[in-house]
Design a protein around this ligand. Structure first.
Ligand code: DHB
Ligand code: FE
Length: 284
């Protein structure tokens, strides 16, 4: 029987990818962020997942403003990384898991969601940077990928409550999957940041800390905000936190928090990582 082993939540800033390519992880600017991955590497070494279901957002690479799905689920045999303008490259192709992807798509449609199914899909730094953070320098990725893309770009965005519900439906689908995989769930993006407009540079430490405190135990409290309140509190790109809310939903009601890290700034962003272990056994 397959099992959801836990969730990894991390910022996906392109400059993190540039820092890894340069080998700058130990520099004073970067060390406080990369130190957050020490417990995550230990944990990954112990639980050895073989599938990663990744809730993330596309940044104008695979979807642009002319066609913007609210939810899109990859069902490809392989996903290539492409650089949408940040100068990061060289990521190995990500092997897909089409059987599991289609199972998830079927189950979430049955649960009342209407995702776009993508049998061909390229992924940007929202997937590639977190993969390289989790499994730096590996010759081949140790997990297959199911990418679940949430619109955080073109308003109206899905509400945090809807994202939590989607994540819960994905979690149900994973628990009903008749495989033997060990599944890790990733939520990428955030925390607070705003890259443009009059509030460019906006960071909200108090709200970020509130989110980090509540994600494990009371995600419902975070899902009470509407999308525009989230823009106000987290910044226009800080709304990427809805990817974290969806990923948290997939983990089931009870989780154990194993590690948390928060450092400001990483590039223009409040950099954060969180590691939650799933406490609910898979359904027999
Ligand atoms: C930055 C953060 C992001 O989430 C992103 O997608 C692009 C850039 C930044 O901090 O520069
Ligand atoms: Fe982003």
């Amino acid at each position: 029987m397959s099992e959801i082993v836990g969730g990894i939540f991390t910022s996906h800033v392109p400059a993190i990818g540039q820092a890894m390519a340069r080998g700058s992880q130990g520099d004073p600017y970067w060390k406080p962020f990369f130190d957050g991955f020490v417990p995550i590497h230990d944990w990954l070494g112990r639980v050895k997942p073989d599938v990663a279901v990744v809730f993330y957002n596309d940044h104008g690479l695979n979807f642009f403003l002319d066609k913007m799905p609210t939810f899109a689920i990859g069902a490809a045999a392989e996903y290539r990384h492409e650089d949408e303008g940040w100068g990061i490259s060289g990521y190995k192709p990500f092997p897909g898991n089409p059987d599991l992807s289609w199972h998830i798509i079927e189950q979430v449609v049955a649960a009342g969601f209407d995702p776009v199914s993508c049998q061909s899909m390229v992924v940007d730094h929202g997937v590639a940077v977190p993969f390289e953070l989790c499994w730096p320098g590996t010759r081949s990725w140790p997990v297959t990928l199911v990418p679940i893309c949430i619109n955080t770009v073109q308003h109206p965005l899905p509400s945090p409550a809807r994202c939590l519900a989607l994540g819960r439906a994905v979690g149900e689908a994973l628990r009903a999957w008749d495989g033997d995989e060990r599944i890790v769930v990733l939520g990428t993006g955030g925390l607070s940041h705003q890259l443009d407009g009059t509030r460019a540079g906006f960071i909200n430490v108090e709200f970020d800390r509130f989110c980090l405190r509540h994600l494990a135990t009371s995600p419902e409290a975070l899902a009470e905000y509407d999308s525009l309140e989230l823009v106000e509190l987290a910044g226009s790109q800080g709304v990427e936190f809805i990817n974290w809310i969806a990923a948290r939903g997939a983990l089931g009601d009870t989780v154990r928090e194993l590690a948390s890290n928060y450092h400001v700034p990483i590039s223009n962003t409040a950099g954060a990582t969180l590691l939650l272990e799933a406490a609910e056994p898979a359904l027999a």
